[in-house]
Design a protein around this ligand. Structure first.
Ligand SMILES: [Zn+2]
Ligand SMILES: [Zn+2]
Length: 332
């Protein structure tokens, strides 16, 4: 099969052996896989040979022996969404569904087990769910970012009574807005310097959008979510919180980010960090998307074949107006 393999910090599409399922696995033909901001930021840090891609939906082509007997009815041709992580099923982290943090588990697409920027991917049946047929199959690739948004909202203990500021209207910011809206949050302010992203935020349910280059962010807010991942963000989150507010750092920042602790100390705020999601949260995201109750078709703004991925990553590293870009390996 073809896969986008990391070589010297860049992806190169080349032939690699097809995956075969272990006893508890499924092998999927990848129908679509989202390009994540974290892929763009971390590809240069990946070991040679890594296959990235963690926002996946696929069609079952092979079922491991134990998976076939797990009672969940896996069959060739089923459309399935899978978490890019699998746990031991025994430890404290797995007990609360936090399989991405399982010490003996495996994560897909971040340098260890191969991810889905490929024609086929091997996933764990235990961390997979049927998508159903109420939505186009390729839209299943947005279940993963939706799960990220739900996890952020849960970390923040967000309720309908809270006011919310979301800094950054990329895919994570947008999914946070979606869940906040469903919770009934009345004031959802989204800040982003790019007009196209502010438009996206409004379409996803922001009640007000702000251009941080020339407008005040307002507040203070009960909850502030940072979904940018750049130096200076932590201080900005703390600055915009009201006393006893909750700030969530969800951006992937790979530099030091100094901030003044006394700003948070005087207001008694909670500063939280978030990545991934639990199995419960991922299943909830799969259920919501699969139900067709939310229209997420406008979340996806571009589709490309696997061969275009290396050049695409360079383009997406700069400013762009895309929301979620999908790779459809079969090129359909
Ligand atoms: Zn992602
Ligand atoms: Zn475990």
């Amino acid at each position: 099969m073809r896969a986008a393999v990391v070589e010297g910090g860049r992806m190169v599409v080349r032939e690699v052996p097809d995956p075969t399922p272990g006893p508890t696995d499924l092998v999927l033909r990848v129908l679509a896989v989202g390009v994540c901001g974290s892929d763009i930021k971390t590809v240069g840090w990946m070991p040679d040979g890594a296959v990235m891609g963690h926002e996946m939906v696929g069609e079952v082509v092979a079922v491991g022996d134990e998976a076939a007997a797990d009672g969940r009815g896996w069959a060739v041709g089923d459309v399935v969404v899978s978490m890019p992580a699998t746990g031991c099923g025994q430890c404290r982290d797995c007990a609360v569904g936090d399989v991405a943090r399982c010490a003996t588990g495996e994560q897909l697409g971040v340098g260890g087990r191969a991810g889905a920027f490929a024609d086929y991917v091997r996933v764990s049946a235990r961390e997979s769910w049927h998508l159903g047929d109420a939505v186009p199959p390729e839209l299943g690739a947005v279940v993963e970012p939706l799960a990220v948004g739900l996890h952020v909202v849960n970390r923040a203990r967000l309720t309908a009574a809270d006011t919310l500021l979301v800094i950054g209207a990329g895919p994570v910011g947008l999914t946070v807005v979606t869940w906040a809206r469903r919770l009934g949050v009345a004031e959802i302010v989204v800040s982003d310097p790019q007009p196209a992203r502010r438009t996206a935020a409004a379409e996803h349910g922001a009640t007000r959008t702000v251009d941080p280059t020339n407008e005040d962010l307002g507040g203070p807010y009960d909850v502030v979510v940072e979904a940018v991942g750049a130096a200076g963000m932590v201080g900005q989150v703390v600055d915009r919180l009201r006393p006893r507010g909750r700030g969530v750092i969800a951006g992937v920042c790979l530099q030091e980010d100094p901030f003044m602790p006394v700003m948070g100390v005087t207001k008694d705020v909670d500063l939280l960090f978030a990545s991934y999601y639990t199995t419960t949260e991922f299943a909830a995201a799969a259920r919501l998307l699969g139900s067709g109750d939310i229209d997420y078709s406008s979340f996806v703004t571009a589709r490309h074949g696997l061969d275009e991925l290396p050049v695409l990553l360079d383009k997406l590293a700069g400013p762009h107006a895309e929301r979620k870009v999908l790779i459809t390996p079969s090129g359909r």
